[in-house]
Design a protein around this ligand. Structure first.
Ligand code: EPU
Length: 319
């Protein structure tokens, strides 16, 4: 083992030993991350921690504060690609105590780990309108807030009222949505903070009408996007004034395959994985498509999904 690896192993062991007696949630070393992502690929986390509730999360924060271990917050793993070599740090996923929802005076609130589609359907069943667009977004409430997920002309920030965050470098606090800057698939929430809950301003609507809107969204997605689990939604952000899917299609790249990874025939901005899936294949395909689109259109696409860990396959096209 090299010096760096030994230092990492030591600090992981120390953190685990320090927490073990008091932590209620899951705490595992060399934990396989593939099963926690929709792509089903990726190596292990040096340490995986799933705080069960706020006390657990704050305990973890205080313990990590003294280490220099890199961290990654994981939601429902629907928007990221984890390297086959894994993540040499601590991966934190909010546990069951963060999976809840309730109505509020102005709409509804949910815990950070709540699956967005389940929350959106629950709002519909109570006649709460405004979050129908989220029915087909397979992420967590917290992850969707952090990256301002959107679709069908609406973004999370359009309906977000308040949020609570816990910062690994600071405190836990409640914020107004207006205190955060949101833009297309981005927010100013610090990378060291995790969104533990969010509340949304929703309006009273007709239940049947809300359900019809949702059914239309689901139908549209089935028609226009590849279903199934083994993808991570849009790979690239849409560039100003154009669409990544259209550019990839126009470059004739649908069906392009590298190893186990393939550009969807249905939608150019979705990449699928097949048997024997490897993150390195997806990363190589991202690099290849980016290069070819740049050569044919002059547009340099930027990834929308997060690439986590080390990737040798990622090459910047020469501009
Ligand atoms: N198009 C093509 N060929 C293709 C795919 C698309 O020509 O292979 C054209 C379409 O005909 C359309 C345009 O490109 O004119 C845009 O395509 P689409 O309507 O499918 O929307 P999109 O911009 O690709 C965005 C979001 C999706 C979201 C949908 C629905 C981004 C990067 N993607 O897709 O979000 O579901 O709108 O609102 O903003 C995600 O973020 O993971 C995601 C799936």
């Amino acid at each position: 083992m090299g010096k760096k690896a030994t230092t990492l192993a030591n600090s992981v062991r120390e953190i685990k030993e320090d927490l073990e007696q008091r932590f209620k949630g899951i705490l595992e070393t060399e934990y396989c991350l593939a099963k926690l992502t929709t792509y089903g690929v990726g190596g292990a986390a040096a340490l995986f921690a799933e705080p069960q509730d706020q006390d657990d999360l704050e305990l973890l924060r205080d313990t990590l504060a003294v280490s220099e271990l890199p961290h990654l917050f994981l939601g429902r793993g629907s928007n990221l690609l984890i390297s086959d070599r894994g993540f040499r740090g601590v991966v934190i996923r909010l546990g069951s105590g963060f999976n809840w929802w309730r109505s509020t005076e102005t709409g509804a609130a949910a815990g950070g780990a709540t699956p967005l589609p389940a929350f959106s359907r629950w709002c519909a069943s109570g006649g709460l309108s405004g979050i129908e667009f989220a029915v087909g977004i397979p992420g967590s409430v917290g992850g969707a807030v952090r990256m301002n997920a959107g679709g069908h002309g609406v973004e999370i920030c359009d309906v977000l009222e308040r949020l609570t965050i816990t910062d690994l470098n600071g405190s836990s606090e409640e914020l107004l949505a207006s205190e955060i800057e949101f833009s297309y698939r981005q927010s100013s929430i610090p990378p060291t903070a995790v969104v533990t809950s969010a509340s949304f301003r929703l309006s009273a609507g007709d239940i049947d009408q809300i359900k019809r809107v949702m059914a239309d969204i689901i139908r549209w997605r089935r028609k226009n996007q590849p279903g199934g689990a083994a993808n991570a939604g849009s790979i690239f952000k849409n560039p100003d004034g154009d669409f990544a899917g259209r550019l990839i299609d126009a470059a004739g790249l649908k069906g392009l395959r590298i190893g186990s990874a393939e550009v969807s025939l249905k939608h150019g901005n979705f990449f699928l994985v097949h048997e024997g899936a490897r993150a390195s294949d997806v990363a190589a395909l991202i690099g290849m498509v980016r290069k070819r689109v740049y050569e044919t259109s002059g547009v340099l696409l930027e990834p929308e999904i997060r690439l986590v860990g080390e990737f040798e396959e990622w090459a910047e096209p020469e501009t």
